[in-house]
Design a binder for this molecule. Sequence first.
Ligand code: ADP
Ligand code: 5GP
Length: 192
Amino acid sequence: MEGKLIIFSAPSGAGKTTIVRHLLSKHAEKISFSISASTRTARGGEVNGKDYYFISKGEFLHRIAKKEFIEFEEVYSGTFYGTLRSEVDRIWATGKHVIFDIDVEGGLHLKRKFADRALAVFVQPPSLGVLEQRLRGRDTDTEEKLRERIAKAEKELGYANRFDVILNNDDLSKACAEAEKLMLDFLSGEKN
Ligand code: ADP
Ligand code: 5GP
């Protein structure tokens, strides 16, 4: 079996983590989550080695130098996130496909690199205002971090049409059902 990549990208707060978790809960036999490395601190409830590999900036830079990343970004100023080559190989070796929750630049980077092996989905929030509400509702960021995320979101929304598919996330259960169909069609080799 050739391992594939299912990529979910969106501005922060659009709902990609929620959708990816839904897919993982239903299709754990087919897909596995690419655990990224990040230099940010863990949020309450997040587990090292499950949600992220939380590492120091020094270690991150060392791993960049050793060319251990397939892609990485300084997603927010001073905070790095990246996909380790070892992580993707580890998952493919188990016979599963890899699912990603990754920022817009990183998603496009992986799509360029893996072309037809990858399905790149852009999760579209109904509006910037709703995105802000969701971020505030999630209540995980300081006001300063929230502003940074919203400012970045405005630019990221302009990249939607570079993805294979745009998935509207207004009604969550509809978005989850649509995401599931897109993924299963792609994995079975049907065009979408
Ligand atoms: P992301 O991973 O893109 O940053 P999350 O999945 O963390 O986004 O979602 C941000 C917040 O919005 C979460 O609190 C989540 O429960 C909520 N959310 C996600 N999708 C919807 C939706 N369709 N309607 C309302 N709230 C949503
Ligand atoms: P958060 O801090 O909310 O978990 O993530 C912030 C942003 O970084 C999100 O858009 C998330 O998808 C993105 N991200 C997570 N892992 C990676 C990664 O490995 N590479 C890139 N480029 N972005 C990532």
